[in-house]
Design a protein around this ligand. Structure first.
Ligand code: 5CA
Ligand code: ZN
Length: 409
C-alpha cells in the first residue's frame, strides 16, 4: 500500500561513520557492515487507535538509523508492515460497532499524516497483513511440510522445539518467556499444544470474523509473527541488517519471527541486529492503547504544537531509555527549537564543521541523539553570545540537523 511522502534529505560535505548499535541478541554493541544497500525491517502499527508518542519515539529511532546510513552514501531499503487484521483490531471494531476495515484504513491514514508531519522517512514497501496473505500461506505450508508446524482443531501452530536456536534473540529464561507470551497475545494455556510457547501460524475461520482462502490450510487468517516474516523475506531476504521495534517486541514477536524464518529457510540469521527502543510512559505507566494512557501526535498537532518541536522532544531522549512524557519535555523542546531557529537565522556564525562531525559521531555511537542535540546547543549558544564570521555556517548547521536528525529549522 502507499506509504507517505518523503521529505528531502540534504547531502552534507564529507561522509558519516558506520553505525555501532546495541543488538538485543548479543546483548552488546555491534558495528553494522551493510552493503551498498542497507536493509531494515521495522514493525508497523496495529491500526486500531491513533499514533501516540510511544510509537513516534520508536519510529524516530529507526529513522535515525536510516539517516546515518544515508550519510555514509548508502542507499536504504526500508520495509514496514501494518497489522491490519489481528485480534486487538477486531475487538476494538466490535466494541465500537464499526467496520474493522474502515477502522484500520482511518487509523493508517492518520499514521501516515503523523509520520509525514514528523518528517519520518517512508518505507519503500509498506505492506498490510491482508495483502501479504498470498505470501503467508505458502510459508506456513512449508513450515508444516518440514515438520515444524502442527494442527490443533483446524488451527496451525509453530513448534518452538523444532528450532535449536529458539530463545537466542531475547535471551530470556523459561518463566519470563511464559509470562510475556501470555501478556503479549499468546495462548500458553490452550490444551493440546506441544509446548505452551508455540505461537499460532494460521487461525482457522471463526464465525463472524474475517477469513481468507488458505489453500491446503483451509479458510482462516494469519498469526502475527508469520506476517512480519513473510513480508521481510519477500522484500528483504534473509540476513538483512536491522530488525527493529519497541522493546515489547523482543519477545515473543521478534524471537518467534527469527525462529520461523531460520527454520523455513535453513539459513541463519534472520537479521544481523535486533534493535529495540525503550518504552515511553505517561503518568508512570507505559503508554499503551489497551490501557488508554495516551498522548496522540495528531492531538498535539491539532493543538497547534509544531511537529518539529515534537520531534525534538523525542530526540532529547536516548532511544534505549524508558522515559516519561510530560508537559515539561515538550516545553523544553519548544524552547530549544526557538533558540536553534534564531541561531540559524543569520547569514554567518561560528564555524560549523566541527558540529557536523559531533552530530555524526554521536549518532554513530548507538544513536546518541541527546549528545547530538547538545552539540548543536553549544554552537547555538556561541552564536547567541558572540556570533561569528563564517559565512554559510548557519546554513550548514541547518542542513545537518535536517539530514541527520530530521529537524527542519
Ligand atoms: N503491529 C505490531 C508490530 S508487527 C505492533 O506492535 N503494533 S503496535 O501498534 O502495538 O506498536 C507499534 C510499534 O510501537 C511497536 O514497535 C511497539 O513496540 C511500539 N510501541 C508501542 N507502545 C510504545 C511505547 N509506549 N513506547 C515506545 N514504543 C512503543
Ligand atoms: Zn512485526
Amino acid at each position: 500500500m502507499y506509504a507517505w511522502p518523503a521529505s528531502e534529505v540534504p547531502a552534507l560535505p564529507g561522509s558519516g561513520r558506520d553505525l555501532r548499535i546495541h543488538d538485543t541478541a548479543t546483548g552488546g554493541p555491534i558495528t553494522l557492515d551493510p552493503g551498498p544497500v542497507a536493509r531494515i525491517y521495522v514493525c508497523g502499527i496495529t491500526p486500531y487507535d491513533a499514533t501516540h508518542l510511544g510509537h513516534a519515539a520508536t519510529y524516530n529511532a529507526f529513522d535515525l538509523v536510516q539517516r546515518v546510513w544515508l550519510d555514509t552514501k548508502r542507499q536504504v531499503h526500508y520495509v514496514q508492515n501494518v497489522t491490519d487484521v489481528d485480534d486487538p483490531l477486531l475487538e476494538r471494531a466490535e466494541r465500537d460497532g464499526q467496520d474493522w476495515t474502515e477502522l484500520a484504513e482511518r487509523e493508517t491514514a492518520l499514521f501516515r499524516e503523523d509520520m509525514t508531519a514528523l518528517r519520518m522517512l517512508p518505507p519503500q514497501h509498506y505492506i498490510g497483513a491482508v495483502e501479504a496473505i498470498p505470501g503467508i500461506v505458502p510459508l506456513v505450508e512449508r513450515l508444516r511440510d518440514c515438520g515444524a508446524a502442527y494442527e490443533l482443531d483446524g488451527d496451525i501452530y509453530y513448534s518452538v522445539e523444532s528450532d535449536p536456536a529458539f530463545g537466542k534473540v531475547s535471551g530470556l529464561d523459561a518463566a519470563t518467556m511464559r509470562q510475556l507470551f501470555a501478556e503479549r497475545g499468546g495462548d500458553p494455556e490452550r490444551p493440546g499444544k506441544k509446548n505452551p510457547l508455540d505461537p499460532m501460524l494460521w487461525l482457522a475461520a471463526r464465525e463472524g470474523e474475517p477469513s481468507w482462502d488458505g489453500g491446503s490450510l483451509g479458510r482462516g487468517r494469519p498469526g502475527w509473527h508469520i506476517e512480519c516474516v513473510a513480508i521481510a523475506l519477500d522484500h528483504l531476504g534473509m540476513g538483512f541488517d536491522v530488525q527493529g521495534g519497541g522493546s515489547d517486541l523482543a519477545f515473543p514477536h521478534h524471537e518467534m519471527g527469527a525462529s520461523h524464518a531460520q527454520t523455513v529457510t535453513g539459513e541463519y540469521p534472520f537479521a544481523q541486529a535486533y534493535v529495540h527502543a525503550g518504552m515511553v510512559a505517561l503518568h508512570g505507566e507505559k503508554m499503551s492503547k489497551s490501557k488508554g494512557n495516551l498522548v496522540f501526535v495528531s492531538a498535539l498537532r491539532r493543538d497547534g504544537v509544531d511537529p518539529v518541536a515534537i520531534r525534538l522532544a523525542l530526540l532529547a531522549h536516548h532511544y534505549r531509555d524508558n522515559w516519561e512524557w510530560t508537559d515539561a519535555v515538550l516545553e523544553e523542546a519548544v524552547e530549544r527549537l526557538a533558540r536553534w531557529r534564531s541561531a540559524v537565522s543569520r547569514p554567518d556564525g561560528p564555524p560549523a564543521d566541527a558540529v557536523v562531525e559531533e552530530i555524526r559521531e554521536a549518532l554513530a555511537n548507538d544513536l546518541d541523539a541527546p549528545a547530538a542535540l547538545e552539540a548543536v546547543d553549544r554552537w547555538a549558544a556561541v552564536q547567541e553570545s558572540e556570533g561569528g564570521t563564517d559565512e554559510g555556517a548557519p546554513g550548514l548547521v541547518s542542513r545537518a540537523v535536517d539530514a541527520l536528525l530530521g529537524v527542519a529549522l
